[in-house]
Design a protein around this ligand. Structure first.
Ligand SMILES: CC(C)(COP(=O)(O)OP(=O)(O)OC[C@H]1O[C@@H](n2cnc3c(N)ncnc32)[C@H](O)[C@@H]1OP(=O)(O)O)[C@@H](O)C(=O)NCCC(=O)NCCS
Length: 186
């Protein structure tokens, strides 16, 4: 695969992963505040395996969940990016936009800043006609990011996450969508 894409924003660099990012990302995944609306903390091994899957996604698709660097602040805040969900439900196949940042970096608008740029990459460079995002109803922080970047809740799109067992407290999800403003059906 040719050089993997990077995105620069006013304060952030969304870039491919380096070996040195792994301990920082493991700390993000071990942070109880970060995983409050996720299935649970990850061990170092699980976190590294996650990065392996992210890198394989980049190799296969030419895009993925970028490592977020804030030059002069920190080399690895977490991830922001685009990915293809591997489960099947009423809105798949699709491209999802997602984010996960260390809690010490929250509240400074980093996620919407990086996500806007990732979304523009998806629409302008990849030519996607739609990008979705989803989370549990009580993840107000993530829902705020979806709203700030111009996504709209699909009221009829609520779904039960097929990777979680019936009755799991995180199984119910809300769905947000954003259409390519250029309107090209690709
Ligand atoms: C979702 C997330 C990426 C937001 O990143 P961010 O850079 O803090 O985004 P923002 O600065 O725009 O803040 C978004 C909202 O988070 C909340 N928030 C901000 N700072 C906060 C803090 N220090 N503590 C708790 N909540 C905070 C606010 O509700 C804010 O919305 P507002 O600006 O309307 O008040 C971050 O909270 C995160 O990594 N969460 C854990 C992982 C996760 O849930 N990912 C999504 C899974 S679907």
């Amino acid at each position: 695969m040719s050089k993997l894409p990077e995105i620069t924003t006013e304060r952030l660099l969304l870039r491919p992963w380096r070996r040195a990012d792994r301990p920082h990302f493991a700390a993000v995944n071990a942070d109880l505040r970060v995983v409050e609306c996720l299935p649970g903390v990850l061990t170092r091994e699980e976190s590294d395996a996650f990065v392996d899957r992210i890198e394989a996604h980049f190799e296969k698709n030419g895009f993925g969940l970028w490592c977020v660097e804030a030059p002069g602040v920190a080399e690895c805040l977490g991830f922001i990016g685009l990915s293809i969900p591997q489960f099947e439900t009423h809105f798949t196949p699709c491209v999802e936009i997602g984010w996960r940042l260390g809690s010490q970096y929250w509240g400074q608008g980093y996620a919407p800043e990086g996500a806007r740029a990732a979304m523009e990459f998806g629409f302008r460079t990849l030519g996607l006609h739609e990008i979705v995002s989803f989370t549990v109803p009580h993840n107000t922080r993530s829902r705020r990011v979806m709203e700030k970047i111009g996504m709209t809740r699909d009221e009829a799109g609520d779904f039960e996450h097929p990777r979680l067992a019936p009755g799991h407290p995180l199984r119910s999800h809300v769905l947000y969508r954003c259409r390519n403003p250029d309107g090209k059906a690709v």
